[in-house]
Design a protein around this ligand. Structure first.
Ligand SMILES: NC(=O)c1ccc[n+]([C@@H]2O[C@H](COP(=O)([O-])OP(=O)(O)OC[C@H]3O[C@@H](n4cnc5c(N)ncnc54)[C@H](OP(=O)(O)O)[C@@H]3O)[C@@H](O)[C@H]2O)c1
Length: 254
């Protein structure tokens, strides 16, 4: 099969490209660096015309609604016109979350459903690298701040990529459907994440300072709404600790 991966040079997209190829199918990486811009539509139809499926891993959080919401809709409309199955990545727990980015991701899902073509939406929890970034960001010296009871159930990006490829290679659904959510094996508090991240570079466990949640956003974070309800998600991939053990001592990026 010929699978177009929009955002195929990104963190998730590059793993999707690799997995498609490993399974013996043709992967076509499409993004601005290959002349495909889903925000303007440049090169999009030509990229999709011979595709069996398209996986959307493109995003640009610095551009507000432009890529996350509107370009996702443009991609969904183009795929629907051509009858190409769209597999789209989204985030667990965004139905009732006040965070601006999560609201955008929900609107993107709604736009994809409204486009009317065959589409499968996969929601994943935060990738291990992002969980480590949060833990580092909330740590200053020996102190880690946690908003209320904040916890995450981070997931191995390779596991998410494999599931997206499973979906792209499967028969297309009629209309838009949601796949079973995916998450990693463990729920970890920010204190536990920060302890593991500090131990990875040989530092002692942090002192965890609890900040009481004030306002809707902090309450949503404190209630860990992005952790899937027990029994509702497929769990798999490397644990956070296994992922961390494979990283260089000094973590960078997100
Ligand atoms: N990180 C997490 O914890 C997490 C968890 C769940 C879901 N997700 C979802 O996973 C997705 C991918 O995240 P990521 O971290 O892999 O992103 P990433 O590394 O930033 O990659 C995004 C890619 O999108 C491409 N892109 C940006 N604007 C574009 C445009 N206008 N047209 C075409 N391509 C464009 C970029 O390539 P060019 O510069 O070449 O255009 C880039 O390679 C996002 O939708 C995110 O919501 C992430």
């Amino acid at each position: 099969m010929r699978i177009v991966v929009v955002g195929g040079a990104g963190d998730l997209g590059s793993r999707v490209v690799r997995d498609v190829t490993t399974r013996g199918h043709d992967a076509v990486s499409a993004s601005r660096r290959t002349g495909v811009d889903i925000a303007t539509g440049q090169g999009l139809k030509a990229a999709l015309v011979d595709a069996d499926a398209v996986v959307n891993c493109a995003d640009d959080t610095s551009r507000g609604d432009t890529v996350t919401v509107y370009a996702a809709r443009r991609l969904a409309d183009t795929a629907a016109d051509l009858g190409v199955h769209l597999a789209h990545i989204s985030i667990v727990g965004i139905d009732d979350h006040p965070m601006t980015y999560y609201r955008r991701k929900l609107r993107a899902e709604q736009g994809i459903a409204a486009a009317g073509g065959p589409a499968t939406i996969l929601r994943a929890t935060q990738f291990h690298s992002l969980a480590a970034f949060f833990a580092r960001t909330l740590t200053l010296g020996p102190l880690t701040a946690t908003i209320g009871d904040m916890a995450l159930q981070p997931v191995d990006t390779d596991f998410v990529a494999q599931r997206l490829v499973d979906l792209a290679l499967a028969p297309p659904p009629t209309g838009c459907t949601r796949a079973t959510d995916v998450a990693g094996p463990d729920v970890l508090t920010i204190g536990e994440l920060a302890t593991l991240v500090r131990a990875h570079r040989g530092a002692s466990a942090p002192h965890v300072v609890r900040i009481p949640p004030v306002g809707g956003l902090m309450r949503a974070v404190s209630e860990s709404r992005t952790v899937p309800v027990a029994g509702t998600a497929d769990l798999g991939g490397r644990t956070f600790e296994e992922w961390l053990a494979a990283q260089p001592p000094r973590l960078t990026g997100r």
